[in-house]
Design a protein around this ligand. Structure first.
Ligand code: UD1
Length: 348
């Protein structure tokens, strides 16, 4: 009997991370997957387009749970997930990253004594933000720790977690390698925005720490607008940021600022390829900037992806200048997904 893994995903970065693992599972006869989409991200451009472009199969369950406070959203996910896990009796639950969907999946599985595999384990910003709460708790409850970097392995060791810790590399690097060519062939985003490669910068903002108050949002938007005075900045706008701009009456009209709806994975790959520089508070995009050979300014006061800073590809917006540039050995060889699937197949 193949091992049965139940995967819980819900937010945009999780679709990207799960894509290579899901396709590696599909190729392996020793393991099968049931996919649960919590519904945390639900707009077609935040969800469906990623399933479609990345070839992720239709989820077996879509819980359609989104919005509300963190406790409200997480609570509803717990209630909806428990009967599914009870009925499906998986051998393991697979969770990704640090969202509310990650935490809900971890809590339900742990209470039912189903072993948990955490992809992107061990990341720490040492900061009291929602993502840190979710990832620390997910790591406390997990059996297998799939770490993207040496630093994440060391972070776990500091917390006394040393067993079943596997340095497999970064599944987002797998995804970039698989999709880059297809993106360059198919995406029409530059034409749509009327931009030429090499003539724009790329920015994204969505974190609660930047969008949660008028003061913080205005500070970050001013910084981006200021950067746009040198070279246009493309800003694909996350729904949270659009809502915040409306609520705090912040204008997004500015010369040099090209605001668009959220873009698909392939369009983002082309924007990364064509930009001169990335400005972002996203974790994933900091690394994707590096994978595409672009310098990054992180719009936060700290980052989990410290190796991008150490290697001179990234800097904090209010921090020191870029260090001398080096290649980053971490992130693996583009087969993190294959390694994860091998380990899970052997050990479940
Ligand atoms: C979540 C994750 C964050 C991750 C980010 C990626 C948590 C705590 N945070 O933040 O770690 O980096 O996803 O995008 O899980 N919304 C829509 N349409 C959508 C999705 C969201 O309108 O398709 C709205 C929601 O209703 C909400 C706001 O955007 O009002 C924020 O969404 P939410 O899922 O709460 O968190 P994110 O900010 O996306």
């Amino acid at each position: 009997m193949p091992a049965k893994v139940l995967t819980i995903i819900g937010a945009r970065p999780q679709f990207i991370k799960a894509a290579p693992v899901t396709s590696a599972i599909a190729l392996h006869t020793g393991i099968e997957e049931l996919l649960v989409h919590t519904g945390q991200h639900f707009d077609s451009e935040m969800s469906d387009v990623f399933f479609h472009e990345l070839g992720i199969p239709e989820p077996h369950y879509n819980l359609d749970i989104h919005g509300g406070g963190h406790g409200d959203m997480t609570g509803r996910m717990l209630i909806a997930l428990e009967p599914i896990l009870l009925a499906e009796k998986p051998d393991a639950v697979l969770i990704y990253g640090d969202t509310n969907s990650t935490l809900a999946g971890a809590l339900v599985a742990a209470k039912l004594d189903i072993p948990i595999a955490h992809v992107e384990a061990g990341l720490r910003a040492y900061q009291a933000i929602p993502e840190e709460i979710n990832r620390v708790l997910a790591d406390r409850l997990s059996r297998w720790f799939f770490c993207p970097t040496e630093t994440s392995v060391k972070n776990l060791a500091k917390e006394g977690i040393t067993e079943n810790v596997h340095l497999v590399g970064d599944v987002m690097y797998d995804a970039v390698l698989r999709m880059r060519e297809r993106a360059l062939e198919r995406s029409e985003i530059l034409k749509k925005l009327g931009l030429q490669s090499g003539e724009f910068q790329l920015a994204t903002v969505h974190r609660a720490e930047n969008t949660g108050s008028a003061e913080n949002l205005s500070r970050i938007l001013e910084y981006i607008k200021d950067m746009g005075r040198d070279l246009p900045v493309v800003l694909p706008l996350h729904p949270r940021t659009r809502k915040a701009a409306r609520k705090f009456e912040q204008s997004l009209d500015s010369e040099g600022l090209v605001v668009t709806d959220p873009v698909s994975y392939l369009d983002m790959a082309v924007l990364l390829d064509g930009c001169t520089c990335v400005l972002t508070d996203s974790g994933g995009l900091q690394k994707e900037a590096y994978f595409h050979g672009k310098p990054c300014v992180t719009l936060r006061d700290t980052t989990e992806w410290v190796e991008t800073i150490d290697a001179g590809w990234n800097r904090l917006w209010r921090g020191a200048d870029y260090l001398p540039r080096k290649t980053i050995a971490d992130y693996g060889d583009g087969d993190a997904a294959g390694k994860i699937v091998e380990i899970l197949t052997r050990e479940t």
